[in-house]
Design a binder for this molecule. Structure first.
Ligand code: SAH
Ligand code: SF4
Length: 377
């Protein structure tokens, strides 16, 4: 958990590992398959070699170009000289929660750290894991209830870094060999995916590629605080992924107090954009609503939420605020949580309560970065 002394913004980033970070060679793991094939063709090798490299990178998850056994020696040599694998440098720490979640602190090549959390499903789905990935180091959106936001923004993550969170944690899970497997991916870790839309879109293309990690687009969800230009780019890419919107308040006046980004992208414009978003047939948008005790948890709020979201096919996820000493909010009363959900249900909406996972290792979504406070020494 964050201590109160961390409330202040962090100092500007300096690079911890300049030699490695300055390596200008393109990262192989950052290319969607078609782009990788083109890149390797441009270097004078046949297209099928590009596909083989893609298999090694994403299906097998190799961490060394020399391990790409079926490639001719000249191609391997060319790759070693002119490219790098890219991705995450390594696992700094993996913490196991009593609820079965595993929180990973991952080291990037410039020494910065991000978190990714594997969370088990509930009941019969305990073997099906959901991975929560980060899309930026820190976050610039500055939501007042979020630890990541409080720590400030460092940089965008590259597609290879986003993808490698999946490869590296999936490999860890496979090593455990306890019958659990990766099923869903949610972009709900550190950062605002829609302020890094190009890299997020590239990472989705790579992760959903049937020749690679092959995560179904119906099992992948991008969550956003409502950055309209980014959402429009994601919509134009038409990837068929799930969409979650962090709503958190039904009126602009109140929402801008807890999410200042509302001034730039007001709710009515956001709802218009969401209504146009190309979802798959029968798919619904998820509205996430962090319930802050005595702030946005009244019956009147619930009724306003119901009215606001009714115009789009949706479900509402009510998330009781996960307190932190650095944050000025309280957990809502159990009664307020139940009432809020009931009002939504009575308005014929699908509404569930999402209890944060991995609380004992402070791994809950929005609580990430607590221990990854960036070191600049
Ligand atoms: N930036 C994106 C995705 C990451 S935040 C977004 O905001 O949607 C993921 C989720 O965690 C958001 O829905 C956010 O509202 C929630 N969250 C942030 N801080 C929280 C806290 N202290 N308790 C509970 N949920 C929190
Ligand atoms: Fe950024 Fe999302 Fe946290 Fe807001 S809730 S500060 S957008 S990570």
């Amino acid at each position: 958990m964050l201590g109160p002394e961390l409330i202040t913004k962090l100092p500007p980033m300096t690079t911890a590992n300049p030699t490695n970070a300055a390596d200008p060679r393109p990262a192989l793991r950052a290319f969607p398959r078609e782009d990788l094939i083109q890149f390797i063709e441009d270097a004078g090798f046949p297209a099928f070699r590009g596909k083989q490299v893609f298999h090694w990178l994403h299906r097998k998850g190799v961490r060394d170009i020399a391990a790409m056994k079926n490639l001719p020696a000249d191609l391997r040599q060319w790759l070693i000289e002119n490219t790098r694998l890219g991705g995450v440098d390594g696992i700094e720490r993996a913490l196991v929660s009593t609820d079965g979640s595993i929180k990973f602190l991952l080291r990037l090549r410039d020494g910065l750290k991000v978190e990714a959390v594997l969370m088990p499903g509930s009941g019969n789905n305990a073997d099906k894991m959901t991975l929560c990935v980060s899309s930026q180091v820190g976050c610039a959106v500055d939501c007042k209830f979020c630890v990541t936001g409080m720590n400030g923004f460092y940089r965008n993550m590259t597609p290879d870094e986003i993808v490698d969170q999946v490869l590296i944690t999936r490999a860890h899970l496979e090593q455990l060999d306890d019958g659990r497997f990766l099923r869903n991916i949610v972009y709900m870790g550190m950062g605002e995916p829609m302020l890094n839309p190009e890299n997020v879109i590239a990472s989705v293309r790579i992760l959903t590629d049937q020749e690679g990690v092959n995560i179904s687009n119906r099992r992948l969800t991008v969550s956003t605080s409502g950055i309209i230009p980014g959402l429009e780019k994601l919509a134009a890419a038409d990837l068929g992924v799930g969409l979650a919107i962090s709503l958190n308040s039904p009126t602009n006046a109140e929402r801008q107090d807890i999410m200042p980004i509302t001034r730039k992208y007001p709710l009515e414009d956001l709802l218009d954009t969401v209504a146009r978003f190309p979802l798959r047939t029968r798919e619904r948008v998820t509205f996430e609503y962090v319930l802050l005790g005595n702030v946005n948890d009244s019956a009147a709020h619930a009724r306003q939420v119901a009215k606001l979201v009714k115009r789009v096919p949706c479900k509402v996820n009510v998330i009781p605020f996960n307190p932190d000493p650095a944050l000025p909010y309280e957990r809502p009363e159990d009664e307020a949580i139940a009432n809020f959900q009931q009002i939504l249900l009575d308005a014929n909406l699908t509404a569930s309560i999402r209890w944060s996972k991995a609380l004992d290792v402070s791994g809950a979504c929005g609580q990430l970065a607590g221990q990854s406070r960036q070191r600049t020494e």
